[in-house]
Design a protein around this ligand. Structure first.
Ligand code: NDP
Length: 246
């Protein structure tokens, strides 16, 4: 890492578990002030208390990212508390895998709302603060570049994230905003726990267990790599798979 991040300010959504929690911790370990957003307030409070022992600081801001007013309040609250906003990490996501023929359209709607619509709105809301030298980091997926059976709905949201972000990159590059799409492969987190189809869930859990899956910290290191580059370097896309993931 070549840029000193001490004193910079970040928001991380989905910071109550998995990749978001690890990313928030990694940024705070670099001396950043980090607003932690997700719905499970007690998890955020506990992470904020842990972070307080290190070089950075963290503020728990319970937020449902599908609620636009709550996202506005998250950004305003972050700027009020820490004076600025330099890095916004759109990480909150759900993966409700099902075959199209069996899918519950309400699950599709939930994935579109959380993975795509909320990310689009938060990106727009954060932009005025990021202009002049800020980073927008979108946690997409390998599923944003490839497709697989049972993932059609999830693929649609992550391909949407990639398309939205590359167009936004072209619009904002002249304003000093860097965009990074992070595309993890299999990471050991709670993500699979919510898969509604029991057979699909068992199959995916077995698939993840069959390899030496990534840890959330591996993805956090990718976020740090991108954000830590000198300002003339923009890491637009990072795909990170376990070595033994086909
Ligand atoms: P987790 O299930 O551990 O984390 C998901 C996070 O999203 C939680 O903190 C959850 O918090 C938050 N979240 C879900 N819905 C909302 C909402 N409405 N408002 C606010 N926060 C919400 O999974 P991961 O850490 O794995 O997932 C993080 C991201 O990584 C996702 O975008 C996922 O698609 C992506 N990813 C994960 C991969 C993996 O293998 N694990 C692979 C590729 C991409 P809470 O419930 O407290 O609101």
């Amino acid at each position: 890492m070549t840029r000193d991040l001490t004193g910079e300010v970040a928001v991380v959504t989905g910071a109550s578990s998995g990749i978001g929690a690890a990313t928030a911790r990694a940024l705070a370990d670099e001396g950043m002030s980090v607003a932690l957003a997700a719905r499970r307030a007690e998890r955020l409070e506990s992470l904020a208390a842990d972070v307080a022992d290190g070089p950075g600081e963290a503020l728990a801001v319970p937020t449902d990212v599908t609620d636009r007013a709550a996202v506005d309040a998250l950004i305003e609250g972050t700027v009020d508390a820490f004076g600025d906003l330099d890095v916004f990490v759109n990480n909150a996501g759900v993966m409700l895998l099902q075959q199209v023929a069996d899918a519950d359209p309400d699950d599709w709607e939930t994935m579109v709302d959380v993975n795509l619509s909320a990310l689009m709105y938060a990106s727009k809301a954060a932009l005025p603060h990021l202009r002049g030298g800020g980073d927008l980091v979108q946690v997409s997926s390998v599923a944003g570049r490839t497709t697989s059976e049972t993932a059609a709905g999830y693929n649609a949201t992550k391909w949407g994230v990639n398309g939205f972000t590359d167009a936004l990159r072209k619009e904002e590059t002249g304003n000093g905003v860097r965009t990074t799409v992070i595309e993890p492969g299999a990471v050991e987190t709670e993500l699979q726990e919510h898969i509604p189809d029991e057979e699909v869930k068992r199959r995916i859990e077995g698939w993840v267990e069959s390899m030496d899956a990534l840890r959330p910290e591996d993805i956090a290191a990718g976020v740090l790599y991108a954000v830590g580059q000198p300002r003339h370097v923009s890491v637009n896309e990072l795909m990170i798979r376990p070595t033994d993931q086909p």
